[in-house]
Write a protein of this length. Structure first.
Lengths: 215, 248
């Protein structure tokens, strides 16, 4: 008797529980979707497939400069001027006979110098005095699929092997408060990028009185 | 299957359906946004570039000041959009090969990995970064933290301790827990306005520009409207820390 009376209540409770299970399941899935959609950083997974001008037109000042691309109003700088002139950042170059300088310029708006060695672009950036370069490049490389921290002589740096999400081969290392960056537009130039960076590191060691490389 | 099993199944499905309906009603309209892989037809330029873009920059000695660790400014939140508009603060690496940008956007935006355009019908926070190796970062806060139309909010792009971690701040609140790890620590910066069509009202006042050096903020002294591709608009700078987008 007791059991017979309890039966309908138990069935109703069961259906209620099942209803709640479905409700909660869909709710949690919706919330999870919402959180992921809202917060996940979205590095481009296929830069090569981007509509070429979409971001260029939607970034401040028309977009970033690609490897080898001149800034507006670029003024020519010769190799000799690079070796003799004073810039707002120490300029480290490869030894004269180790690589062929082909072009150079300075941006009049920012005084930022750029040198070209064929397809390879060489730039220098100040502002690294507060950065632990070893830690920085280990972290940056860890966040990328195709990059690794590396030493260029005595200097901590990183090599970016081109991938879909970071298409330009690049080697970067820090001398004092200056980051030296070599990059190229085409993936096949990656070994040349690394070689040029190592040549510049040798010159930098000489220039900064740190002696020749042991390697 | 027995009748009981069917009944149980119906209960679970009914619960799920009720939750889904409630979720759809409660969600903001842009939670399940419209998406389009092609360039939206409302763009004047069918390659998805802006109809017009204006950028201001803090100057020193007649050239952009390239040692900023951050920039911030107040801007009015404009709630209406025809197609697309973006208002932001930005800092570029001095040699213009990398940047960080943070602000708000309305309308069709291509932020996600596949570059699909998604329509945001209310003001939506957005952060974008490019690195010298071509790595692109983009994030929108599509489901929460929407600026309110008509209010004047503060937007900031900064790496105050100059360690290469750049972050966006909205009304003083950091929107990214650790920022993005980027390969530069300083650069030149200012504010930016973009629109996709000539009938888009893109007028705005960027006020109280401040610049950061060595962790300290101060008013900019020479904010300069030095980039303008918009046929209908121009910059006017009433003082060293205010830049307004006005009709030509």
């Amino acid at each position: 008797m007791k059991k017979t009376k309890a039966q309908p209540r138990s069935a109703a409770a069961r259906r209620q529980r099942l209803f709640l299970t479905g409700f909660l399941g869909v709710s949690l899935a919706s919330i999870a979707f919402s959180v992921v959609h809202d917060n996940a950083p979205s590095p481009a997974s296929a830069v090569g497939a981007l509509p070429a001008l979409t971001d260029s037109g939607a970034l401040p000042r028309g977009g970033i400069l690609l490897p080898g691309e001149e800034c507006v109003g670029a003024q020519t700088v010769t190799e000799n001027e690079f070796r003799t002139r004073t810039f707002n950042v120490p300029v480290y170059l490869p030894a004269e006979r180790s690589a062929s300088f082909t072009d150079g310029w300075i941006c009049p708006r920012t005084n930022a110098p750029t040198a070209m060695y064929g397809e390879l672009e060489l730039t220098w950036d100040p502002g690294w005095e507060t950065v632990d370069a070893s830690k920085k490049f280990a972290g940056l490389a860890n966040e990328r699929d195709h990059a690794e921290p590396s030493s260029f002589g005595a200097y901590a740096g990183m090599i970016n092997y081109p991938s879909a999400s970071s298409p330009y081969p690049m080697a970067v290392f820090v001398v004092g408060d200056t980051a030296v960056t070599v990059r190229a537009k085409y993936a096949e130039d990656v070994n040349d990028v690394i070689s040029l960076a190592r040549e510049i590191a040798k010159s930098a060691q000489v220039a900064t009185g740190r002696g020749e490389l042991a390697e | 299957m027995s009748k009981d099993v069917w009944r149980d199944l119906v209960c679970v499905v009914a619960g799920g359906l009720v939750a889904a309906v409630l979720f759809a009603i409660a969600a903001p309209t842009n939670l399940l946004p419209q998406a389009d892989a092609a360039i939206p037809p409302c763009f004047t330029h069918n390659d998805g570039t802006d109809y017009g873009q204006l950028s201001s920059t803090e100057y020193s000695g007649g050239v952009p000041q390239t040692t900023l660790n951050g920039i911030r400014a107040n801007m009015t939140i404009k709630p209406n959009v025809e197609c697309q508009k973006i208002y932001s603060t930005y800092v570029y690496k001095a040699n213009e090969t990398a940047l960080f940008e943070f602000g708000y956007a309305l309308g069709w935006i291509a932020c996600f990995n596949d570059q699909t355009f998604v329509k945001y019908t209310i003001p939506t926070l957005i952060a974008v970064a490019y690195e010298s190796d071509g790595t692109r970062h983009c994030q929108v806060w599509g489901n929460s933290n929407h600026p309110t139309g008509g209010s004047v909010d503060n937007f900031r792009s900064s790496d105050l301790n100059a360690n290469g971690y750049w972050g966006g701040y909205w009304n003083g609140t950091s929107m990214q827990s650790a920022g993005w790890n980027l390969g530069f620590t300083q650069g030149f910066g200012g504010t930016n306005a973009e629109r996709a069509r000539p009938d888009e009202n893109g007028l705005i006042a960027f006020t109280v520009h401040e610049e950061a050096h060595s962790g300290a903020w101060s008013l900019t002294e020479n904010i300069t409207g030095d980039y303008d591709t918009d046929p209908g608009y121009k910059w006017t700078t009433p003082n060293g820390h205010r830049a307004d987008v006005v009709v030509q």
